[in-house]
Structures are given as structure tokens and as C-alpha cells.
Design a protein around this ligand. Structure first.
Ligand code: FAD
Length: 375
């Protein structure tokens, strides 16, 4: 063991799972607690930039993920009605410059691969954290099923409605952004004969649609939108939607967008939330990462990326700076993350990313393992 300390990670989303795998590889004693009764394959797509794939490399997962994912050469931005090209951004067309692959994939597939990098004996499903209390013996975690566990360090990776964040900062609802997103997965066979680009975002002034393939064989295509909405019912995670609703919302959009919608059998609609920047990321033996700490609108496809980068930096700080001065180590983690995570949060919320030609190197070229921790 690198340290005899027991680390409890709350939440086995993409951030918590990455943290568990990385900390276990650094020989920490880690348990991952997840409220869901078992792993579930969420029906959505996700993009991982080269900044994330460099971390997957450390987890020993880079090749495995590359083998099943789609690797678009370019990101295209196109005008909503006439399809005019607004930007053509090299992704894997500049693979060597970014020093890793840009992938698009089914979220469930990549999550499952990442879960496989965590010792199965140390994942506890069905453990919904309801309370935590710092005591002389450590932090006592209390779960909804009545059980408790005691750990030395708690990592709150429990997402937007983080209970760990609530324990640090009090109860506060996340902010509805006034935006919703429609999502659907389409069999690519339903689009055959059409000139479907592997990674494309269609833009009009007040809404957009992002679309890409989910697998190496390009057999599944996915779209996710961003559209204004006046309100969202409190406590509702998502609602079913329809082609009619989407056709009304995307009226006048290019025939390719109409074809994607026409091909979608199951469409869902999701609210987009955010939070004001948090005044603290850690207190005592408790530290936050990912959406628990800095949720954002998803328009830059970097929310999970920031959670995974947090996990990598937290692991580096605990391994390289040690745990004797835990407050100092957590503060170093925050210092090395806040500027980048806040910049990404700001650009993502503004929904301007790659709309016009720009160099995305500051995001994709970033290598968290190249950061000088003492600098
Ligand atoms: P989550 O993924 O939310 O995981 C939190 C986990 O904690 C969950 O498993 C939850 O069940 C568990 N949990 C919660 N409360 C408790 C509790 N009390 N006890 C125990 N467990 C608990 N990001 C990208 O990088 N690329 C993309 O392409 C992309 N596309 C997106 C598209 C949409 C429409 C949306 C909404 C988001 C997108 N994101 C994308 C953002 C990304 O999904 C999030 O930023 C990311 O999932 C955050 O990861 P996380 O691990 O912090 O939190």
C-alpha cells in the first residue's frame, strides 16, 4: 500500500470510477460506493478528447476503448438551414499533435470498460450515502440501507445533486439553465445513402444539434440537442419525447437533421443544470470532484473529461505530495484544477466551442501528467 489510509469514493460515475481505478493503481486502499443497485448501461453517447485518453492510457484502457469507438478526423460545424460549413476542426487529423485519439462512443460501453479497471471486490453497489460525520476514528459514512463504514478520506464524486457537497456547503438546488436536450440513438442503417458526417454540430441562433457515431463499425448514430425551455418540473430527471415535438423544434433545419429525427424511434428530453462556482472544494478529510464540484452545460463535451482530469490530479497530489498534510494536498489539487475547470465551465456554458474555426489545443493537447505539481 502507498498509504495505510482508507479512501471512500462516493459515486461510481465516470469521475468516481476513474478515481477508484487510478488510486488503486497508485496502491491506495480504495472502496467505491454507488447508490445504483448494479451497473446500468445509460443510453447516451459521449466524446472523449485526447486529454482524457491520456488518462485512459494510465488506466491501461486506451487500446481497449480505441478498439470499440469511432475516431472522427474532423469536427464540423454547419449552419442550420443551408448546411454551410462554419468550421472544420481537425481531431484525429492532428492525432500526433494532440498525442492521443479523439473518440466518440456509447457512454455505457466506456463506463463498463472503466468499471473493469476497478477491483470488483471493492465496489459496493446499492450504497446510497445519506450522511457523513468526521470523528476521531475517521469519517463515518451512513447509507440509506442502514449500514455504515468508516474511512480516512472521502471523495465526493456523486454528481450534480451531490450529498457530499451538501454536507460541506448546505442544501442548495442546482440552477436550471433554461435549456433542455433531446437525445436519441439511431441504427445507422436507417441513414444509409445519406452523406452522414461522423462528428457534426448543426447551429442556429438559439439551438443546436450535435451528432456522431457511437462505435467502430459506425452502426449506431446519436444526436443530442440544446434548446431553450422556460421551466423544468422539480425532481424530474427526464421525460419521453416524440418526433413531432422535435420536428416542431427543428423546423426549417437542413434535410440531414430532418432525416436524423425521422430515423429516431425513442427520443428522450433532459434538463440541463449548472451551479455557481463553489467557494470550497474540500474541508477536513472530504474532497469533491467532477459534477459535484463544477457542473456545466454539456456544450463543449468536456464535463466528464473535467471529472476524469480531477480524478487524475487528485491521485497525483495524494501520491506525490502525500497525506501527512491532507489540507495542503487537497489545496494543491484545487489550485491545479480550478483555473482549467472554471475556464471549461465558462466556455461550455457560453456554447461557443468550435462554432467557428479555432485551435482547440489548450483542451485536447493538455496532458495532466505533464503538470509540475510544485510549480
Ligand atoms: P456523474 O456521472 O453524475 O456520476 C455520479 C454518480 O454518483 C452516479 O453514478 C450516481 O448514481 C452516484 N450517486 C449520486 N448520489 C449518490 C449517493 N448519495 N450515494 C452514492 N452514490 C451516489 N461530458 C463529456 O466529457 N463528454 C460528452 O460528450 C458529454 N456529453 C454530455 C451530454 C449531455 C446531454 C449531458 C447532460 C452531459 C454530458 N457530459 C459530457 C457531461 C458529463 O455527463 C458529466 O459532466 C459527467 O457525467 C460528470 O461525471 P461525475 O462522475 O462527476 O458525475
Amino acid at each position: 500500500m502507498a498509504e495505510a489510509l482508507r479512501i471512500g469514493i462516493i459515486g461510481a460515475g465516470l469521475g468516481g470510477t476513474a478515481a477508484a481505478g487510478l488510486l488503486q493503481r497508485a496502491e491506495f486502499d480504495v472502496t467505491l460506493y454507488e447508490q445504483a443497485p448494479s451497473f446500468s448501461r445509460l443510453g447516451a453517447g459521449i466524446q472523449f478528447g485526447p486529454n482524457v485518453m491520456k488518462i485512459m492510457r494510465r488506466l491501461g484502457l486506451e487500446q481497449k476503448i480505441e478498439e470499440v469507438s469511432c475516431h472522427p478526423d474532423y469536427w464540423f460545424s454547419r449552419n442550420w438551414d443551408d448546411g454551410a460549413y462554419l468550421s472544420r476542426i481537425p481531431l484525429n487529423a492532428q492525432h500526433d499533435r494532440y498525442a492521443a485519439t479523439y473518440i466518440t462512443i456509447h457512454r455505457g460501453d466506456v463506463h463498463e470498460i472503466m468499471i473493469g479497471a476497478v477491483d470488483p471486490a471493492r465496489i459496493r453497489f446499492g450504497k446510497k450515502l445519506v450522511d457523513l460525520e468526521e470523528t476521531a476514528a475517521g469519517v463515518v459514512l451512513s447509507f440509506e440501507d442502514g449500514s455504515t463504514d468508516t474511512v480516512d478520506i472521502v471523495v465526493g464524486a456523486d454528481g450534480l445533486n451531490s450529498r457530499v457537497r451538501e454536507k460541506l456547503l448546505g442544501v442548495e438546488d442546482p440552477l436550471f439553465t433554461g435549456w433542455v436536450g433531446h437525445r436519441a440513438i439511431i441504427p445507422a442503417s436507417k441513414l444509409s445513402g445519406l452523406d452522414v458526417e461522423p462528428c457534426v454540430k448543426w447551429w442556429s441562433e438559439d439551438r443546436h444539434m450535435m451528432a456522431y457515431f457511437l462505435d467502430k463499425d459506425r452502426s449506431e448514430f446519436y444526436f443530442v440537442t440544446g434548446e431553450p425551455a422556460e421551466s423544468w418540473p422539480r425532481g424530474v430527471a427526464w421525460v419521453p419525447s416524440t418526433r413531432d415535438e422535435m420536428q416542431a423544434s427543428f423546423k426549417g433545419y437542413h434535410p440531414l437533421v430532418q432525416a436524423y429525427i425521422e430515423a429516431a424511434d425513442t427520443i428522450t428530453k433532459w434538463p440541463l443544470f449548472t451551479r455557481h462556482p463553489l467557494p470550497l472544494w474540500h474541508r477536513g478529510r472530504v474532497v469533491l470532484l467532477g459534477d459535484a464540484c463544477h457542473p456545466m452545460k454539456p456544450h463543449m463535451a468536456q464535463g466528464a473529461a473535467m471529472a476524469i482530469e480531477d480524478a487524475a490530479m487528485l491521485t497525483r497530489c495524494l501520491s506525490e505530495l502525500g497525506t501527512a498534510d491532507l489540507g495542503g494536498t487537497f489545496e494543491a489539487y484545487r489550485t491545479h484544477r480550478i483555473e482549467r475547470a472554471s475556464r471549461v465551465q465558462q466556455v461550455s456554458n457560453a456554447n461557443t466551442w468550435l462554432r467557428a474555426d479555432e485551435d482547440p489545443f489548450w483542451v485536447y493537447g493538455y496532458d495532466i501528467y505533464g503538470v509540475d505539481l510544485r510549480g
